[in-house]
Design a binder for this molecule. Structure first.
Ligand SMILES: Cc1cc2nc3c(=O)[nH]c(=O)nc-3n(C[C@H](O)[C@H](O)[C@H](O)COP(=O)(O)O)c2cc1C
Ligand code: SF4
Length: 485
């Protein structure tokens, strides 16, 4: 984004209890078979609190329990891996052994919200992303030496490398500099060197990537069935950000096997995944997806693509459409050696989680013109599917205005709910002055980037909480928001 300005967040106006009671925000809405008592929603946020084995922990129960105390209409549990593969402390649902822990999560949210909050779970698939390697390691071990390297080195050095041993070629590359690597490596190899190896859905030379249209629908379906067995009210298919399903929807997807190229081909696998998951669920469970209103990358999908996808999803019978924006690998910053590329560091990442360092429009409500366009398209096509919007919707007036203007039916707030999980209840009770307002500076996102337990910077400034909270491993940070006194 060009010309970032540091914005000052004005103290918001808060409603009285009567105004909140009469508001659209605090009116009920049906998400397919599921009744929400209000149009308030905590979207998926990975807190890095699961076991290394992907199981639910006490810290995770506490994380969701604390959100439940604010009694939003719905909480969506973080992106949860559908495969039974080691994924670090990322929550998983790729085997029946995960059901028991997830059922405890459901019980915790029921109990701590007094039965008012419905619980959804976000199902994710992702492809391999490796850490950025040290150049010597990449050039001497990972790079596959091809005739092209020999040819280019020969031109560059005016010396014949055609018969040189592989060790000689590698030694020459290791001794080289960035200019040499740019000139000699293919663009993809250079990217693997500077960002770390990353699989794409367009890597059809990889058999497991070519087979995704066959492997993913049953994996999502099995995960959805487990979510129902654990007692979840709804399932959100993760078709957003930098991950597999979003990459199928992307305009950059040029697969030539009927699952890339045209819009109709790009939406094919997401629709097949939806159909498989739907068939695995009973009628009482809501099923929808989260996808992007705009990818915010060069050559990526724009709002017209998203409006088309939304209409196709609604036509297929999805119970809700949750919209996000950006958050792609394609424009992410180069990571440090030994670190993995993080999809929220570039311009598309800023659009996903806007901060006070923004352009003249400022961070608040930036997604709404797009969500309105998409919702209008869905309504024009004759569907009443509820649309969930996010993106710095941190005040009552913004949230209420978004629903009144037809930009969405349900308001999602991630970071504001993290800063103060009670903020929904404080607004509802006319006690908005007590809300701990999110500063939109993304300390929490920085922790997510490092796969550290996510917390809010503001929590540790509240010294009067008087409780003994769970703490991060170094004892320095609260792991739970201070209680509302
Ligand atoms: C720490 C953190 C983790 C997140 N994890 C997820 C995730 O698992 N799935 C997802 O769809 N979005 C994720 N998001 C994005 C949020 O759901 C939300 O779309 C984004 O923060 C913008 O909303 P906000 O301005 O209300 O924070 C995450 C955001 C944060 C801050
Ligand atoms: S850490 Fe900063 S951006 Fe994140 S929730 Fe807290 S105040 Fe908001």
């Amino acid at each position: 984004m060009s010309g970032r300005i540091r914005h000052r967040l004005e103290p918001p106006r808060w409603p009285t209890a009567e105004e909140a009671a009469d508001s659209r925000l605090f009116s009920p809405v049906e998400i397919g078979p599921i009744h929400l008592t209000s149009r308030t929603w905590v979207p998926a946020m990975v807190p890095w609190r699961a076991e290394e084995s992907g199981e639910v922990t006490d810290a995770l129960l506490e994380w969701y329990g604390r959100f439940a105390e604010g009694r939003p209409g719905a909480i969506v549990v973080e992106a949860t891996g559908i495969r039974d593969i080691p994924s670090g402390p990322l929550l998983r649902i790729g085997d029946d052994r995960f059901v028991e822990g997830l059922a405890r999560l459901v019980d915790t949210v029921r109990e701590r919200s007094g039965g008012r909050t419905r619980l959804f779970i976000q199902l994710i698939d992702f492809l391999t992303v490796k850490r950025r390697p040290p150049p010597e390691k990449f050039l001497s071990r990972f790079l596959r030496i091809t005739p092209r390297h020999r040819e280019r080195l020969s031109t560059r050095d005016a010396r014949d490398f055609s018969a040189a041993s592989e060790d000689e070629v590698r030694a020459r590359l290791v001794a080289g500099d960035d200019d040499d690597w740019r000139a000699v490596l293919s663009p993809r190899e250079y990217e693997d060197l500077t960002y770390g190896y990353r699989e794409r859905v367009t890597d059809l030379h990889l058999p497991h990537v070519r087979a995704l249209p066959e492997t993913l629908p049953p994996l999502f379906a099995a995960a959805a069935a487990r979510a129902e067995r654990a007692g979840f009210d709804g399932v959100e298919l993760h078709f957003a950000h930098a991950y597999t399903m979003s990459s199928f929807l992307s305009r950059t997807n040029d697969r030539d096997d009927g699952y890339g190229g045209s819009r109709g081909a790009r939406v094919r696998l997401p629709l097949e995944v939806y159909a498989a998951a739907r068939a695995a669920l009973s009628d009482g469970v809501a099923l929808g997806c989260r996808f992007l209103s705009d990818e915010v990358i060069a050559g990526g999908s724009r709002v017209e693509d998203a409006a088309y996808y939304a209409t196709r999803f609604a036509e297929a019978g999805m119970d809700f459409l949750s919209l996000s924006k950006g958050g792609k690998f394609d424009d992410a910053k180069i990571p440090r050696v030994g670190h993995a590329v993080y999809p929220y560091t570039g311009p598309s990442g800023h659009e996903c989680m806007p901060t006070i360092y923004s352009d003249e429009r400022g961070p608040l409500g930036r997604h709404l013109p797009l969500t309105k366009h998409i919702r209008d398209a869905v309504r024009a096509a004759g569907f009443a599917t509820p649309v969930v919007a996010a993106g710095a919707l941190n005040t009552f007036d913004l949230a209420e205005g978004a629903i009144a203007d037809g930009a969405c039916d349900v308001v999602a707030a991630a970071r504001q709910s993290l800063a103060d999980p009670d903020w929904w209840e404080k607004m509802r009770q006319g006690r908005g002055e007590e809300v701990r307002c999110c500063a939109l500076t993304n300390y929490c996102e920085g922790l997510d980037q490092q796969h550290k337990q996510v917390t809010c910077r503001l929590w540790d400034r509240d010294f009067s909480a008087g409780d003994e909270p769970m703490r991060s491993w170094d004892g320095k940070r609260r792991l739970v928001a201070p209680p509302w006194r």
